[in-house]
Design a protein around this ligand. Structure first.
Ligand SMILES: Nc1ncnc2c1ncn2[C@@H]1O[C@H](COP(=O)(O)OP(=O)(O)OP(=O)(O)O)[C@@H](O)[C@H]1O
Ligand SMILES: [Mg+2]
Length: 414
């Protein structure tokens, strides 16, 4: 057998995997029992050099195409799983040809939507997953990516300060264009709506979500959410020359939505009485970039917003409005953020990411303060949180034992 390995970075241990065995028959000892979404192809998780990788068995040309597409998306700064490589030229010991394999890094602390729904009891979880998917779709469309198979099972979700952040996991059908036409965007939206409705019906049949949820109605919200965000990010505004403050206001609104304006088109009419503005380039991750610059912490955007708010509160409480922002940020990091997240015992660190724990501690402090009728220090809040709340949470770094495949699924029509 002449194995052909295409990889961005060499992982020598990849060559030791049992490539001459069909993926379905790989021995348990090398597999990681993590929750998987539903898929047509065989997908397994393996441990390679201390990392968990997802292996998907597909035809070589499709594997190479998807690998290239995922690399392109990562280069464009899009939230997608990280491609590791393609293994082709596989044969069994008897010389029978086997399909190729696409390898991607397992996304830490992420969950497929079925596992996410089976863990949270909040009734609006499905809604919030769809909100996150709408944001992902807008981001992909802004970069010219047409997905072609938008669905909850082709998305992974990470916690994001009480909300969710969505990552693309399946780029098989995608196409990258310079820009998308309205027709192309609407086509993706339509695919999303139909797929989500089907997925919610499956969940209902499996008893994972309540009877009161209306799959069709909920699935249609992807369109409303998507269109509102798209409009806000791309629309042209006109106003009188005297109202120039409205340029700043537009930028602030975009920042609030978590986007930076990379390029703004400003034109005036011939008489010079009217200004027209339209964002040309918008980049997601406004709060994330600011937090990264100030503290070196790299977290999801809502988490970053939450942390920045706490930093601002710290600045006010310590009366340091006139100090350098970087200096205050450093003090906040070393005196507040790190001590708080370090309080979590090692045995509980696989439950949630540090930034999500910090967000939950802030919520917990608010809850304690309200109950006790006075301010509670964050040092006391974290101790109580670690005693009473965190032990009840499942591990999400690499969740074991959520068997989402045992949930009944309607026959797929594709
Ligand atoms: N890098 C990864 N990290 C975490 N989970 C992953 C990763 N890659 C794949 N998965 C899991 O495996 C599932 C199937 O992957 P994928 O959607 O690529 O397979 P597929 O067979 O092409 O799906 P489809 O049926 O949509 O064609 C995903 O829903 C996800 O739960
Ligand atoms: Mg898929």
């Amino acid at each position: 057998m002449a194995l052909e390995l295409t990889a961005a970075r060499p992982y020598p241990a990849l060559l030791d995997l049992p490539w001459s065995t069909p993926l379905e028959e790989w021995p348990e000892e090398i597999l990681a029992a993590l929750p998987r979404g539903i898929s047509r192809h065989v997908v397994r998780f393996v441990r390679v050099e201390g990392r968990v990788m997802a292996v998907k068995e597909i035809k070589a040309d499709i594997a190479r195409r998807e690998y290239g597409m995922l690399r392109m998306l990562r280069r464009l700064g899009q939230p997608a799983v990280e491609p590791v490589g393609v293994v082709a030229g596989r044969t069994t010991m008897a010389g029978e040809p086997l399909d190729a394999c696409l390898l991607t890094r397992h996304l830490q602390f992420s969950l497929p939507y079925r596992a996410m729904l089976s863990q949270t009891l909040k009734p609006d979880t499905a809604q919030r997953l769809i909100d996150a998917l709408a944001v992902l779709l807008v981001r992909l469309h802004l970069s010219g990516f047409w997905w072609g198979d938008v669905s909850l099972s082709n998305t992974l979700f990470k916690r994001n300060a009480g909300e969710f952040a969505a990552y693309l996991v399946d780029a098989e059908t995608g196409e990258l264009h310079d820009r998308l036409s309205t027709g192309q965007r609407e086509h993706d939206l339509d695919i999303a709506r139909v797929n989500i409705a089907g997925e919610l019906m499956d969940l209902q049949a499996g008893g994972l979500i309540g009877e009161e949820v209306e799959p069709i109605e909920v699935s249609e919200q992807i369109m409303t959410r998507y269109r509102t965000l798209w409009e806000e990010l791309t629309k042209t505004e006109r106003f009188e020359t005297g109202d120039r403050w409205r340029v700043d206001e537009r930028i602030r609104r975009l920042n609030d939505l978590g986007f930076d304006v990379g390029e703004l088109d400003i034109t005036t009419d011939i008489g010079g009485t009217e200004i027209q503005i339209q964002p040309k380039v918008v980049d997601a991750g406004h709060h994330r970039r600011r937090l990264l610059r100030l503290t070196g912490l790299d977290v999801e955007d809502n988490q970053a917003r939450r942390l920045l708010n706490d930093l601002d509160a710290y600045r006010a409480a310590t009366d340091r409005q006139n100090d350098d922002e970087e200096l205050v940020a450093y003090d906040w990091l070393t005196k507040i953020y790190e001590p708080v997240t370090r309080t979590v015992p090692a045995s509980m660190r696989a439950k949630l990411e540090p930034a999500e724990i910090f967000h939950e501690v802030l919520e917990h402090r608010w809850y304690l303060s309200e109950k006790q009728g006075h301010d509670v220090a964050i040092e006391d809040a974290i101790v109580d949180y670690v005693d009473t709340v965190l032990p009840t949470k499942p591990d999400e770094k690499a969740v074991v034992g959520v068997d989402t495949e045992s949930i009944p699924v309607r026959a797929r029509t594709d």
